[in-house]
Design a protein around this ligand. Structure first.
Ligand code: NAD
Length: 353
């Protein structure tokens, strides 16, 4: 048996591929364009493992998709590939429309063609799992109840608008063409192999280098945070037991203000690798807020708990400690991803290296 994973060299996708192959003999065909965010070093432990078939390519390439589906005949497609960084979507929304909207459309069309060729048990077992975000729901007031699956879609950034569009396409391909889809909308992930342009890894690598820790605005923006391993287990659960056509919210029951996340990271680093120059919190620097920055996201994950029995295994305290330790133990990975392209982006964004 085979599954096709898109974007499996990125942060969550690579964690998912490693997690999947640790518990299964199935083949994973991993289609990834290797954009700036894709990194085969994340999958170095799979070198020589015949169960992992890596294909460098674009989800927008219909001929490539048709060829892969005909050759490997996967029982499921798990779709991670996307442009995923809100700040980049503000500077250059075009790539987000091309990959997240048109790429998902092309993948859905290819999946529809593949599904039409399946028969019997293979047809009933086939699933298209779309990995999405809680950002499609927009921003919550401080006392508003957390997002349920019934919450209205109110995306505010080019990134979240492109993901909202892709969610709607997936829904429509189910209702119109009968494609057996599943969608998960997850909160912010953190953990190993997270590209250091996102809040948590950026703060860890900057703090270790004694560089400023740039916090947007007052730092009181609230997010729910989930350890990436728990997101992977949620996707596996939904893929195996979720009801076709349904969406499931996935979250960690862990709302934190950005400023508190940064203070936690500083305290952990001070404990695990003390800085002779003093506590790292001295490096916190408030910078101009992101335009249209959503104030609060919170996920109500009771549906996936009630229907499928999934709950996160990590608390924030255990997950963030593991994560900080992982970055301390993987200085070579950090050095590798901090290439020239990374430095150019950081200097455009924050005016410094
Ligand atoms: P990422 O940016 O780390 O990885 C994206 C991967 O997709 C990269 O490996 C990249 O090379 C690949 N890719 C980009 N364009 C492609 C294309 N046209 N064809 C093939 N591959 C392409 O992203 P991530 O943080 O791992 O997020 C994965 C998915 O999960 C995304 O769909 C994202 O919207 C969703 N998600 C992310 C979070 C989070 O906190 N990171 C939370 C919820 C949902």
């Amino acid at each position: 048996m085979t599954i096709l994973v898109t974007g499996g060299a990125g942060f969550i996708g690579s964690n998912f591929v490693l997690d999947w192959l640790a518990g299964s003999d199935e083949t994973v065909v991993n289609l990834d364009l290797l954009s700036y965010a894709g990194n085969l070093r994340n999958l170095a432990s799979l070198q020589g493992d015949a169960r992992h078939v890596f294909v460098k390519g674009d989800i927008g390439d219909r001929a490539l998709l048709d060829g892969l589906l005909a050759e490997h005949r996967p029982r499921a497609i798990v779709h991670f590939a996307a442009e995923s960084h809100v700040d980049r979507s503000i500077h250059g929304p075009g790539e987000f429309m091309r990959t997240n909207v048109m790429g998902t459309f092309t993948l859905l069309e290819a999946a529809r063609g593949h599904f039409a060729t399946l028969q019997g048990d293979a047809k009933s077992a086939f699933r298209f799992h779309h990995v999405s975000t809680d950002e499609v729901y927009g921003s919550l007031g401080p006392a508003a109840p957390a997002f349920t699956e019934q919450h209205v879609y109110e995306p505010n950034s080019p990134y979240s608008a492109s993901k909202a569009a892709s969610d709607h396409l997936v829904r429509a391909w189910h209702h119109t063409y009968g494609l057996p889809v599943l969608t998960t909308n997850c909160s912010n992930n953190y953990g190993p192999y997270h590209f250091p342009e996102k809040l948590i890894p950026l703060m860890i690598v900057n703090a270790l280098a004694g560089k400023p820790l740039p916090v947007y605005g007052d730092g009181l923006q609230v997010r729910d945070w989930l350890y990436v391993g728990d997101h992977c287990s949620a996707i596996r659960t939904v893929l195996e037991r979720g009801r076709v056509g349904e969406t499931y919210n996935v979250g960690g029951w862990n709302e934190q203000a950005n400023r508190d996340i940064v203070l936690t990271i500083c305290a952990l680093l001070d404990e695990l690798r003390p800085d002779p120059a003093g506590p790292r919190a001295r490096l916190i620097t408030h910078v101009a807020d992101r335009p249209g920055h959503d104030r609060r996201y919170a996920i109500d994950a009771r549906k996936i708990e009630r229907e499928l029995g999934w709950r996160p295994a990590e608390t924030f305290a255990t997950g963030i400690r593991k994560t900080v330790q992982w970055y301390l133990d993987h200085a070579d990975w950090v050095a590798d991803v901090q290439s020239g392209g990374y430095r150019d982006w950081m200097s455009k964004q924050y005016g410094g290296g």
